[in-house]
Design a protein around this ligand. Sequence first.
Ligand code: NAI
Ligand code: 2OP
Length: 307
Amino acid sequence: MKITVVGAGNVGAGVAQRIADKSLAREVVLIDVVEGIPQGKALDMYESSPVEGADVKITGSNDYEPSAKSDIVVITAGIARKPGMSRDDLQNTNAGIVKSVTEQVVKYSPDAILIIVSNPLDVMTYVAMKVSGHDRRRVIGMAGVLDTARFRSFIAEALHVSVEDVQAFVLGGHGDSMVPLVRFTSVGGIPVTELLPKKTIDEIVTRTRNGGIEIVNYLKSGSAYYAPSSSVTQMVQAIVQDKKRILPCSVWLQGEYKLNNVIVGVPVKLGAGGCEEIMQISLTDEEQAALAKSAAEVQVNIAKLKL
Ligand code: NAI
Ligand code: 2OP
């Protein structure tokens, strides 16, 4: 396995390091436009490998040639939010960046599976899909794993239980109207509604929706990267090890969940083939309406793109 991470900033460097530490690839290539940054970070990571016990070759570059024939490419290039900015405020700048990055990625690694991270996530996944010409199995956006991790950690905190025992998923676009599905949330198999009062669950849903901005308001100079890099790495692991994990990912929908021509988060089977299947579940009218609202917001932003 050869994995390239484009964007050697907070998320990209974290992803490269986690992939290397878990020995998920023989070779990791880190790419960025800023001279010296990917090279320096990659060398620093490589020097940690004797301590971590991971035999992974990690290199950094400002061009794409060293990334040739990658199996997976993670795209984190772009600008991040600062206080007062929404993810949508990043759209014009990041669309240009993701377009040019995808063109290079496809030129050097035509067979790679692409995992998109740059925001606004669902729209940038659309940009990568259009520019690459790949079908939806090979262009997958990361957001649902992160939003679900936030939801799960807040529930575990409220109940003083292990995070491992909290199962949940969040559907929809990676924005304020994402849809945490309380009905499918359980703790050790027990529905969360049996364990927490509605008021607490509602507060956790709201905190999950605002999970990104909560971190931005603390950091001020950028956005979250520890949980995002963990979330990307879980998706990479599912593909590398053909685990067939069921994870919420942003993919192109063609009639699934009564949605057409839009990218939003839905439960997906992730394995060696990328997005191998979209898992369909019946939603209540209220859940369906919330998902449709979230998807409509993504569609409005897709329509604003000039590719
Ligand atoms: P960052 O600013 O730390 O890193 C971004 C990197 O991209 C910088 O090193 C920059 O030089 C590089 N870059 C810019 N243009 C480039 C180009 N054309 N080619 C290659 N590299 C280029 O930002 P951070 O925190 O790493 O976030 C990256 C992106 O991921 C942002 O758009 C952010 O909003 C998004 N994000 C998305 C999440 C999600 O759940 N989908 C979670 C966290 C971040
Ligand atoms: C987040 O939710 C920045 O979208 C990113 O933290």
